[in-house]
Design a protein around this ligand. Structure first.
Ligand code: PGA
Length: 243
């Protein structure tokens, strides 16, 4: 049996379904550890969660946020930092105490990745990994090819990822070429995984990930191995492939 797939209508449908999923987890287990991705896809979910917190129906006071990925080689204060993005879009609007954030080591050394994985394990692992889907099948910056047991580590970004990332800052922007990512092993070990997918440009890759061969060449295909813990919320454009 494959992962549970929930097809929704448009960005509002995605935001509501995604926020419901996270909200149910927090209602049941307020002290959850949750991976929070950057990217365009989750923005509506985060806005909906922030609105629910302001309305007093979502309690984030015990939530621990775990960073998914980060560029390497940035100067402090660089606007391209993914931590900064996460701070603006999630930590601040959801009033997350900085003491409850597990950030990735931004210096790229292997020891840092191992220490991060140990720290994650010491905290009892991940309750939920919210993930976006790269057009090349990456999860976080687990670029193809990635083995299912790859740990948290520094990686070289692939050309298609550099191109996608350049679109965030406009043409001609120098996009960081190296990054650090939580490993596939840590993501696949999460007690729940929520994959968010939007837009017709993700049509082929979402079907390849969920229904295609399980292969390091499509890192997201490893979600099939964890299918009983995976929910895919996908908008109709991505699922049906219409423009
Ligand atoms: P996106 O990024 O949400 O901006 O499409 C997803 C990803 O590359 O992981």
């Amino acid at each position: 049996m494959g992962p549970r797939v929930v097809v929704v209508d448009g960005s509002v449908g995605l935001a509501l379904a995604g926020a419901d999923h996270v909200g149910e987890l927090l209602a049941e287990t307020p002290a959850s550890s949750v991976v929070v991705p950057t990217g365009r896809t989750p923005i509506g979910v985060y806005e909906e969660l922030a609105a629910r917190r302001r309305a007093g129906v979502l309690n984030t006071s015990q939530l621990t946020v775990v960073q998914l990925d980060e560029y390497l080689g940035l100067e402090p204060g660089d606007g391209r930092s993914l931590f900064r993005w996460m701070d603006l879009m999630f930590l601040e609007p959801l009033a997350i105490d900085p003491a409850r954030v597990l950030a990735l080591p931004a210096d790229g050394d292997t020891e840092g990745g191992l220490a991060f994985d140990r720290a994650l394990e010491d905290r009892g692992g991940l309750d939920l990994a919210i993930l976006g889907l790269g057009a090349n099948g990456h999860l976080g910056f687990n670029e193809p090819p990635t083995a299912a047991d790859a740990g948290t580590r520094a990686v070289d970004l692939r050309p298609e990822t550099l191109e996608a990332n350049a679109s965030y800052w406009g043409d001609g922007v120098d996009v960081p070429r190296r990054a650090v990512t939580i490993g596939m092993r840590q993501l696949l070990a999460a007690r729940q995984i929520l994959l968010l997918v939007a837009g017709a440009s993700k049509h082929a890759i979402v079907h390849a990930a969920i229904e295609g061969p399980v292969s390091p060449d499509v890192p997201a295909s490893f979600l099939q191995v964890a299918a009983d813990r995976v929910t895919v919320i996908v908008d109709r454009a991505a699922w049906e492939g219409e423009a």
